[in-house]
Design a protein. Structure first.
Length: 239
């Protein structure tokens, strides 16, 4: 130990002033933060698929429903009168009077429908948007990437031969008039037609899904798994 201390002292004495650490310089040094970890996205287990999906729709945990799937059965069991009793159109209720489909499901790989007022342009800006059926609001907020204000509603379909639940999605809204957790009756107003903060001419983007609780998604894709043609489904399930 004595020999070690002696060698340490001799080493320090042998160092010239330029070789010794500058205490002021050390004090002024800034630590470089570690690079941020990539966000964890639920539902994508294949890293390559996740990266591709992120680039395509900027998906993230913020774009999944706020209300978890595990609560749906319990909520509808205790509020069974909010189970579906049929479906109406989301504008010009109940039959879409004075509105038309500007872009249909599947057109240009569109995963929903675009509803416009017959006046064209922004003449329908601020018009009421109605929930298509009884249901539970699982998501209601403004999001990125051209979506604007978005509302998502799940609909319980008791005794349906194919689906226990379907989900309706309303996008580009001018405002939102409900909140997550609200139980709705068919035809309740949930918001108004918007432009996604000036990104588009005013219209309602409507989606209907049989695979509920997905990410908000890309809006356009050749892969239609989990998506339904909204008007076809509504026409087959009128009250």
């Amino acid at each position: 130990m004595k020999y070690f201390l002696l060698l340490s002292v001799l080493f320090c004495l042998s160092c010239g002033p330029s070789e010794l650490p500058d205490q002021k310089a050390l004090a002024s040094m800034k630590l470089q933060p570690a690079p941020p970890r990539p966000p964890q996205v639920r539902g994508f287990h294949n890293p390559k698929l996740r990266s591709r999906r992120l680039r395509r729709d900027s998906s993230g945990t913020d774009l999944f429903p706020t209300l978890p799937l595990q609560q749906y059965d319990s909520i509808f069991r205790h509020h069974f009168t909010y189970c579906s009793d049929g479906f109406d159109y989301p504008v010009g209720k109940p039959d879409a009077q004075h509105y038309f489909l500007a872009q249909q499901f599947g057109e240009n790989s569109h995963l929903g429908e675009d509803w416009n007022g017959t006046g064209g342009g922004n003449t329908d800006l601020g018009d009421p948007v109605y929930v298509v059926g009884n249901g539970l609001v699982t998501f209601a907020k403004e999001v990125c990437c051209g979506w604007g204000n978005v509302i998502r509603v799940v609909h319980r379909l008791p005794n349906h031969p194919e689906y226990d639940y379907v989900e309706s999605v309303y996008a580009h809204l001018n405002n939102i008039q409900i909140q997550t957790g609200d139980l709705l009756r068919r035809g309740d107003q949930i918001g108004t037609i918007g432009t996604a903060n000036g990104r588009y001419w005013a219209h309602l983007h409507l989606e209907l899904r049989s695979f509920i609780n997905m990410s908000l998604g890309p809006g356009y894709s050749e892969d239609r798994y989990g998506y339904l043609a909204p008007s076809d489904f509504i026409a087959k399930h009128r009250p």
